[in-house]
Design a protein around this ligand. Structure first.
Ligand code: SAH
Length: 520
């Protein structure tokens, strides 16, 4: 309801021009507000800066005019008065304009100037605050800006004086008990540290510099007021960076959650409906799901004559065979849609390919009667075939793209009905996000959990050659032999194959690999 009202509210601002000054947060895609994301999703014009997560820009609707006005340190891509005028002109022409700025628009973001310019000209606008890098950057480096024992205030300064021609009042700064935070000050780090030292701030005061904070490229140098510059040079840190000075830096060893997580990103390529389970399992294992679905599961037409016929003679089957959790779900949903009495299944036995499928079956109230030791379709076919007699009658509800081998193995023993119950479609909507995650090393591991995820991945990457290139920084894991065979066909590198062919098995391989890396 609330979402709807927010959308309506935004749509009402459609008829006349309107500007949203939106804070994009410090870099991590997840650190934007819901309100900010909703504003982007309905923008007709998007005016954005440097340092904005490209995934946010991709959230603008098709047809949105995207205008980059970003500034490089010395070369202003578009002077501020021109940006002000651009926002005004677009809004005056009746457009819904989103001005997307890094961090919070009103923290050294010149959002105030833009707002005033619009207000003076009668353009309606609102500001959507963002998470400022001055707080989030230290937080992602394990540094709280306040702490009851050592900092009861924090102070954020600009370290860039080119525009202002006034320096910092170091005598005042050195007296402050709170944490000192400097934005835009990387080039002036020497001036800042020397100024504070000269004003009497102790040389041993802990200091940290965080570069590219909250992104997968985040790096932090830690030292003291006296030697932080050397540490930055040794670590080859570069701008954009935040400098933090104060005792709170000492919390970093215990609180540094984010940098410890780097290298633990796992790409999730499955349909969003299913990927929840995988994402949850990954999080429980201390890994970080990066979701970019390339396949979509769609139930087939439940009115189809073949399906209706099978559902209405369920009591004639002695075995139902399921090869995936999706098959189980789609089957029972179809039964519900067709209002079939579940007692029709009273005498049937159930065979499943693996534990995950058995679990979903259990959710519907049925136990699995047969589960092969090896969770692959050949093992299921061969093992079950041994139990079948010519008097049996098998129903095999599964994907429309399943291969024929299982059917052949079973039908050698008794009648088998291959029922196509859901379709697996490739979707490449998130292709850009996917390529970004691979290029910036955010997805350390790329597990392929079915042959269809391999196909979807290759299509989203733009072909096998590009897919191979994009995988260069990641480790590709195959869930089992069928998936691995498809990867081999397309000449994708296989870093490892799960020994148990399940999501848990995939997670196990990744955890083992990480353990190996840590022990190196
Ligand atoms: N409005 C922004 C600040 C804009 S000034 C905010 O609230 O965060 C630009 C400065 O912010 C940079 O020079 C740098 O000091 C800091 N900054 C912004 N994003 C950063 C990031 N991801 N990592 C490190 N510093 C960042």
């Amino acid at each position: 309801m609330k979402d709807e009202r927010a959308r309506e509210d935004m749509q009402n601002k459609r008829s006349r021009g309107y500007v949203w000054l939106v804070g994009a947060g410090p870099g991590d895609f997840g650190l934007i507000t819901l309100k900010g994301l909703a504003a982007i999703a309905q923008a007709e014009v998007l005016v954005y800066d440097r340092l904005i997560n490209s995934n946010l820009i991709d959230r603008a609707p098709a047809g949105c005019e995207k205008i980059y006005v970003g500034k490089q340190a010395a070369n202003h891509a578009m002077p501020q008065p021109q940006i002000n005028e651009l926002l005004y002109q677009k809004a005056a022409a009746g457009k819904r304009v989103v001005r997307l700025k890094g961090g919070d628009p009103y923290v050294f973001g010149r959002g105030g100037e833009e707002g005033l310019y619009l207000a003076e000209r009668g353009i309606p606008f609102e500001e959507v605050p963002g998470i400022t890098s001055s707080i989030a950057g230290p937080a992602y480096a394990g540094i709280p800006v306040t702490h009851r024992e050592c900092a009861s205030s924090f102070h954020v300064f600009t370290g860039n004086f080119k525009d202002e021609e006034r320096g910092l009042d170091f005598a005042n700064l050195a007296r402050l008990e709170g944490t000192l935070i400097f934005l835009m000050g990387f080039a002036n780090l020497n001036y800042i540290t020397q100024g504070l030292l000269a004003a009497g701030k102790p040389a041993g005061t802990p200091a940290a510099v965080i570069s590219q904070a909250t992104t997968q490229r985040q790096r932090t140098a830690v030292g003291t007021l006296a030697d932080i510059e050397e540490h930055c040079a040794a670590a080859k840190l570069s701008s954009p960076a935040i400098t933090v000075i104060g005792e709170v830096v000492n919390c970093r060893p215990q609180l540094n959650f984010f940098e410890q997580q780097q290298g633990r990103g796992v790409l999730v390529l499955r349909d969003a409906r299913q990927s929840d389970i995988f994402a949850q399992k990954l999080r429980q294992a201390g890994l970080f799901p990066v979701s970019c679905p390339v396949i979509q599961i769609e139930p087939l037409d439940w009115q189809a004559a073949e399906l209706q016929a099978a559902l209405h003679k369920l009591s004639t089957y002695s075995w139902l065979v399921f090869t995936s959790p999706n098959g189980v779900k789609a089957f029972f949903e179809a039964m519900q849609a067709a209002q079939v009495d579940w007692r029709a299944l009273g005498r049937a036995k159930f065979a499943v390919i693996g534990r995950a499928t058995a679990q979903v079956l259990q959710q519907f109230g049925f136990g699995a009667d047969y589960l092969p030791a090896k969770q692959v379709s050949d093992a299921l076919g061969q093992g079950l075939a041994e139990l079948l007699t010519p008097a049996d009658n098998v129903l095999l509800p599964r994907s429309a793209i399943a291969d024929n081998r299982l059917y052949q193995l079973l039908s050698a023993k008794c009648p088998v009905e291959d029922l196509k119950i859901y379709d697996t479609k490739i979707c490449t909507e998130d292709a850009q996000e996917l390529r970004g995650c691979l290029e910036n090393g955010q997805a350390a591991y790329v597990p392929f959990t079915s042959a269809s995820t391999v196909d979807g991945f290759v299509q989203a990457c733009g072909g096998p050659d590009l897919a191979r290139q994009l995988l260069a920084k990641s480790r590709a894991v195959a869930i089992g032999p069928v998936t691995a065979a498809r990867m081999q066909q397309l000449e994708l590198p296989i870093y490892a194959q799960a020994s148990e062919h399940s999501l848990d098995g995939v997670i196990e391989v990744i955890l083992q690999d990480l353990e190996g890396k840590e022990n190196d």
